[in-house]
Design a protein around this ligand. Sequence first.
Ligand code: CTP
Ligand code: MG
Length: 393
Amino acid sequence: MARTAAIIAAAGSGERLGSKIPKALVQLAGRTLIEHAFSSISPLVDEVVIAAPADYEESFRNLFGESAKVVTGGATRSTSIAHALEVVSPNIDFIVVHDAARALASTSLAARVIEALNDGEVAVIPALPVVDTIKSINSDGYVTLTPDRTNLRAVQTPQGFTRQILNRAHQGLDRNPDATDDAALVESLGEKVKVIEGESRALKITTSDDLERAMVILGLSQSDEVRSGVGVDAHAFSSDPHRKLHLACLEWAGEVGVDGHSDGDVAAHAICDALFSAAALGDLGSNFGVDDPRYAGASGATLLREASNRVKASGFEILNVSVQIVGNRPKLSPRRREAISALSIALGGVEVSVSATTTDGLGLTGEGRGIGATATALLIKRAVRSVNVGSNT
Ligand code: CTP
Ligand code: MG
C-alpha cells in the first residue's frame, strides 16, 4: 500500500481578499479555510504538512496539534511547497499538493487524484473546461491570440505526484520561480501530467465575491441572519424528600427534586429561554405562563419540543445549544452523554453540549440549596436554502 502525504499551501497573505489576517485563517461558515482544506484531505493521507505564513506558525499549530507538521512558507507559493517538501517523512511514496484557498474541494476529488496515482500516473491534476472565451493580450491591451477554448482547462488542486517527480520538479524551481502550480514544474521536466475532471466546489477563494460563492455552495449567504440567545434558570431543592429530580430531560434516582411549576428541569428551562431569547420571542414565562394549565407539571422535554417548534415556526434553524449546569449535585459527568442525547432528541436532533460547574460554596447552588443552569443557543435564518453544486461541464 503506497503511503501518501498532503502538503497544504497556506502561506499567502490573501491580498486580493483584503482581510487583515492571512487568507487561510479567514472564517467560512464557522471554520477557517485551512481547517476546511485539512478536514477534506486528512482522512486520505498518512501525514499532512502545512506551509504557514511567517509569524503565524503558532496559530496553525494550535489548530492542528499533532495532526499536522507546520513549516514557515516562502515568498512564493512554489517556495512554500519546497519548504514543506523538506519535512515530508522518508517513507512517503505519493504527495498531494493542495491550496488552503480551495477550501471546499471535496474528499472524493482528492480520492480520485490518489486513485490515478495508484493506477500508475506520475502527475495528476483536476481541471474543468473553460466556459469563457480566453484571449491573450499584449502590454498595450490589444488581443494577440484567441486560443481554441475546447482544448483549454482551468486547473485546480489537490494535485497528486509521485514523491520522486515532485522532488525533481522542485529542483528545477530556480528556472521557473513564478510557477503558480506544481504541475507546471513537472511539465518542464517533460513528464506526463494526467488531467482528471475537477469540480466547481473546488473553486479558488481569491476575492470576497469568491467567499460569498463558497457560502452559497454551503447553502449559506451573507444575508443569513445568525442570532445568539442566553437563558438562565435556578430552583431550590424541595423540602419533600420524595420529590423526583428531573434534570436535562433525565430522572435522577436517589436525588431530591426541586420545587417549581412544571418538573423543575433547570437545564431544559434555561435552553428554552436561550431559544426564545435568540429568536426574540420573549421568554419562558411569556411563552409558557405559570397560569397556563397546559404547562403545569410539563416535562422539560415537552417544553423543549414546544420551544423549538415556536422558534422554527418563526423561520429559524437551531445551529447549536449549550448548557452549563451549576450545582454541587447531582454529579453530571457519569451521565453527560445520556443528558446530551436526551436534550438533543427533545430538540429534534440539534447539536447540544452539556457542561457543569460548582460555585465555590457561594450562593443558592454553592450552599447546596438548589440547582441552576445557564444556556446559550445559536440560530440561523437562511436567505438561501440549498444549491446544486454539480460540475459545470
Ligand atoms: N501560498 C503560499 N505561499 C505563498 C503564496 C501563496 O503557500 N507565498 C498559498 C496560499 O496560501 C493559497 C495558495 O498558495 O492557499 C494559492 O495562492 P493565492 O490564492 O494567490 O493566495 P494568496 O497568495 O494568499 O492571495 P493573494 O495572491 O491575493 O495575496
Ligand atoms: Mg497569491
